[in-house]
Write a protein that binds this ligand. Structure first.
Ligand code: 4NP
Length: 157
């Protein structure tokens, strides 16, 4: 069982979308028993909220239903999850400052899983952007999550 936590700032745009994309890949590969997937944010401002309506709409256009309710990361998450994947370098900085030293090895930036030649070094925050930015989030997450699945399915470490 591999437990993966996707993390962004608010947990209403990028990380709930990542959670839905990863769950679909896992399910299509009949690997539901091998993975536990969730998401959270670094701020509690949106605690308990549904994802942003623009993310819900872009998700729907791409065949995904978002069900997650926002929550902020806790110390327990650093113990419980095997892999903690942040969306940009600012997320990674905050994760590293919150994590116990001996759990920092679990923290990765999602761009580590982008295919070679991807012209991004993060999944950019779409919150102050337009709908194209939300569609771009999904496209980047689909590429990254396929590679996360390929990398983790045979990796028991
Ligand atoms: P997310 O987007 O980190 O992808 O969920 C954001 C959502 C809310 C805020 C910032 C980014 N905010 O400042 O409230």
């Amino acid at each position: 069982m591999k437990k993966i936590l996707f993390v962004c700032l608010g947990n209403i745009c990028r990380s709930p979308m990542a959670e839905a994309v990863m769950k679909k890949i896992v399910s299509l590969n009949n690997a539901d028993n091998d993975f536990e997937i969730s998401s959270c944010g670094l701020i509690s401002y949106h605690q308990g909220e549904n994802p942003d309506p623009r993310m819900i709409s872009a998700a729907k256009d791409n065949g995904y239903t978002l069900k997650h309710l926002a929550r902020a990361i806790t110390q327990h998450d650093f113990e419980y999850y095997d892999l903690i994947i942040g969306m940009d370098s600012s997320n990674i900085k905050r994760l590293n400052s919150l994590s116990p030293a001996e759990k920092k090895y679990k923290i990765k930036i999602i761009s580590e899983y982008f295919p070679d030649g991807t012209p991004f070094d993060s999944v950019p925050d779409p919150y102050y952007g337009n709908m194209n930015d939300f569609y771009s989030v999904i496209s980047l997450l689909e590429k990254a999550c396929n590679n996360i699945f390929l990398h983790e399915k045979n990796n028991d470490n």
